[in-house]
Design a protein around this ligand. Structure first.
Ligand code: SF4
Ligand code: SF4
Length: 253
């Protein structure tokens, strides 16, 4: 069945967490407060094979296995807009916006045949899905597919680096397995969040100092923005802790 979709640039999907590729995260280190979000998936889910191939798998004590997405993320509370969103709801970095934003609402972490499920706008989103809008999905295939293919390719290319990070993290912080197992039981998509500094250290990233210098002011700005807001207490604590880590990395010789 043909599915129609057109973005009307209402800006409503430009709030909250924004998943990124590593390439886009690092290119926007002076713009987004960055971290890594780990989302576990239990065996049996239809997304399991794709999540296992673009993320990693971990064994649990009961011999079961989890597939885990490890996603570089602009970590923003759901009520707050993306820092690049303009007052007129347009994107301030339209020409160079992240692959995730170009591919919206498609999501290459999911098998292509299931992408039609993502064409149902969330409450309050003003996407046009009427028959006047262009056909964007047909015969289980994305029609205008350049952005989709580019994002999928970026996700595939970063897998070895993410797995190196996962291996390091699971070795030195084995308690994360319990957190992921617990998150996988949650009704809502459970998450475990790790810091950008843990990734830079684990992968021995070559430009750590420069990246930390670009990221530090963003974390300080978000810590300031969320201070004293009850719903943002956890975010504020994370920004503050991560800023200390970034300050250390930024000041190293
Ligand atoms: S970068 Fe642009 S399109 Fe992407 S979330 Fe931010 S404002 Fe929206
Ligand atoms: S919610 Fe829909 S219409 Fe609004 S900016 Fe996002 S994709 Fe476009």
């Amino acid at each position: 069945m043909a599915r129609h979709f057109q973005c009307t640039a209402c800006g409503k999907c430009c709030y909250g967490q924004l998943p990124l590729t590593i390439k886009d995260a690092f290119a926007n280190a002076e713009r987004f407060p960055l971290c890594f979000v780990w989302t576990p998936l239990r065996q049996g889910s239809k997304d399991y094979p794709m999540v296992a191939s673009l993320g990693t798998t971990i064994k649990l004590a009961d011999r079961k296995e989890l597939a885990v997405l490890i996603v570089p993320t602009a970590y923003i509370p759901s009520e707050l807009p993306c820092p690049a969103l303009l007052e007129n709801n347009l994107c301030g970095i339209h020409a160079e916006k992240p692959a995730r934003c170009k591919t919206m609402p498609f999501y290459p972490y999911r098998d292509e045949q299931y992408q039609a499920e993502l064409l149902i706008p969330r409450k309050s989103w003003e996407c046009d899905t009427s028959e006047v809008a262009p056909i964007v999905f047909q015969d289980k295939r994305v029609v205008f597919r350049d952005d989709f293919d580019t994002e999928r390719q970026d996700l595939e290319e970063q897998v070895p680096l993410l797995r190196r990070y996962a291996e390091f993290t699971l070795k030195y912080s084995p308690m994360i397995v319990d957190s992921l197992a617990k998150a996988s039981m949650s009704q809502k998509a459970g998450q475990v969040v790790t810091s950008l500094s843990s990734f830079l250290t684990a992968t021995k990233y070559s430009d750590t100092k420069q990246l930390a210098q670009r990221q530090l002011p963003v974390l300080n700005a978000f810590a300031e923005k969320t201070v004293g807001h009850k719903p943002h207490v956890d975010f504020h604590k994370k920004y503050t802790d991560w800023a200390k880590e970034m300050a250390y990395l930024a000041s190293r010789p």
